[in-house]
Design a protein around this ligand. Sequence first.
Ligand SMILES: *Cc1c(COP(=O)(O)O)cnc(C)c1O
Length: 543
Amino acid sequence: MKSKTHKQHPQLVADWQTLMRTFIRPENEATRSTLVKYMEQILFGLHDFLGDHVGITEEASLKELAGQFTDTRINRTPEKKLADVITDLIEDIAPHAVNVASPYFIGHMTAAIPFFMVHLKTIVAALNQNVVKLETSKVVSIIEKQILAKIHRLVYSRNDDFYAEHVQHTSTTLGSFVEDGTLANITGLWVARNKRLYPRPGFGGVEQEGMAAGLRAHDLDRCVVLVSRLGHYSLRKAGGVLGIGNRNIIGLEVDAENRIDIKRLKAVIADLNRPAARTGIIAVVGIAGTTETGTVDPLPELGEICAAHGIHFHVDAAWGGPTLMSDRYRHLLAGIDRADSVVIDGHKQFYMPMTSGMTLFKNPLSMEAVVYHAKYINRPGSVDLGIRSLSGSREASSLILDSALKIMGSQGYAILIEHGIETAEKFAAEIKRRDDFELMTPPQLNVLTYRLNPHELRGTPEKKTTDAERLNDINKLLQRLQREAGRSFVSRTTLTLPAASDTDTVVLRCVIMNPMTTPDILNEILDEQLNIYRKQILPDLDV
Ligand SMILES: *Cc1c(COP(=O)(O)O)cnc(C)c1O
């Protein structure tokens, strides 16, 4: 890193006057123009920087970087002026962060965001509203109720009368904003748990009395949540946090298309519902876009099963939810309106800046199961959003979503979603066309997995079949070498594929959400992988 990072300002002191200047408007034109200059640098400079550096990150090992950040003391006097801090962040820190905006960064569900999101985020920070209560947010809480109703309508399409009644109703809620998909899943299962272990004579409900009393009152030994094996690990966290136990978040087998095996689910429910099993089923979770393969569970069937057994149906659409805005692909999520609760992330396919998640509830009274009041805020009957929310103090990220939807329209989002799905299809076709690669899970939405399976290693009658372990090792190494080279990034995961039952299969995972990612770029990424294999892996192989 450049030495200017360590420029000293021995004259800096923190005194009352300088502190006041950081709270109030700058007192003269000179200071004002300096601040405007820095703001411009933040709003445009960082963005230009990300655009110019197509690569993912600069070559510097984590060890090297860690060595530069070992100072554990807070300086007594100020170290730097605002100008220097901003320059450091943009010139020295950003290059060693990850350029998630690069069109070559196709490994994760984090990518480029529209330019205006940074501006909206700045406004939200400047207003500094706290939507935990009306007294610190006023109209912003009201707007949040409106945007929740808009997303609710996207999912459930209830009629005008329904939304007219509930959009600003002070004692019902159509959903809840939280910071991410993890908290949103916990929110959904929190409600489901409290519904399942409902109050009975002599038992005030699980929220008040805890799990042990809840199980006793309901004559159960345990509670479970059923989901496919591809469920996000946040569901297991929910199991831990809610006292269900993460072992009781049961991952069921998937079919050949990586969707929950319906036959198996029916059998498991029948088994758990035997009185002798002494098990309460809190929820069945359908996934609308699994994190690893992007596949969507058969939501209509899941909805039907849950309705038949009176089980809470939770849909984790953290990733796939915004697909509903595309007329061309919304059918992929058909049946989502049967869900009792639905999770959608804002910072994924709503292209919001980190972080935002939400849970929608079909029944506007569902969140009564998790109501909390406090004497100084969140009084009964008020609009205080903190009454029904896992979070306490919270930024008004709903304002960003509301504004973004105005700027983009559902049509704008649809274009992005459709680009992702269709580019993923083209990429899948290209992978299939090449004889050194193998498509492992075809895209249903905009996520696919594949692996390098070099033709010279493929089993033929004359040659030894390459064992699965070796292919796994090659793909692991390939992914690491490509990441370390810093030009492009594809992630890696391990799947239990029905076809290869004895060993798990290491696959490369690709998520296409950046509208700047083109088929040509994807071709380049495959070429680079083949090159890395030929130059850095093949020479050491015993073929
Ligand atoms: C990303 C994701 C989550 C968790 O979201 P975070 O925002 O990372 O907490 C949950 N479920 C699915 C299917 C996801 O893709």
